[in-house]
Design a protein around this ligand. Sequence first.
Ligand SMILES: [Zn+2]
Length: 268
Amino acid sequence: MQISSFRRLAVLSVGLLLAAACAGPPAPQPRPVNCCNVPWGYQVPENWASLSPCYEECRDGGEQSPIDFVNPRQQSLNAVDFSYGKVSGLKSRNDGHKIIIDIPQATAGGVPLASLKLDGVTYILQQFHFHTPSEHKIRGNERPIEIHFVNVSPGGRVVAIGVFVNRGTSNPELAKIWRNLPGDVVGELDLARLLPAGRTSFRYTGSLTNPPCGQGFQWIVYHDAIELNQDDIQKLRDIFSGPAFPDGNRRQVQPLNGRVVVTDVPRP
Ligand SMILES: [Zn+2]
């Protein structure tokens, strides 16, 4: 109980609770400098845990993300009820690790600007961001880009939605973000258009895919992809390449350690 509630806290990685975790209970001595803000990078992700005690879950957590979807268990799954529509006034930013679009948390008459409902619980979209190449894989196959939508319930539970992006036609919604990369005014986005039409998925319990690697995330990764043209894919790759990004801005797949992945994707 203790552990799971601590993990739930740890999971609120969107920056909010990092400070709280660092602060902890009042301590007589000054807390360690940079306990939760130790710089990390994508050069050697295997070494994240050695950078800070705050990052030990990256090595020891046991239920880490991303993973390869190799032999998932077939079952019917409840649909996610998305309230992802048009949201205006958006900006993109590059935090040095990824391109992030923050969703304003102001509500319109108590209704969040973007949220989803799963099994009766509402999760509010905090932000979404891009990894290239994809972090999750399907039977060893990566995709050029993966979008992560981070949704948090009032109780602090996280549902992370993964959407693959394949090479294909240009994408009018993503173009609004891409025209000013690496970061600037995006304007209005129709978030529904960033979700694939087909909604079969892979689901499992995992973690944040970068330090502090907090666990307890419910991951839902859609099988079907949206599309983006090659030029735009390359623009993102160019930002996350070079010595600081030998493998792009993604973490390699992690061991399952007995976790069960469920899916409603028809067998190939
Ligand atoms: Zn991510």
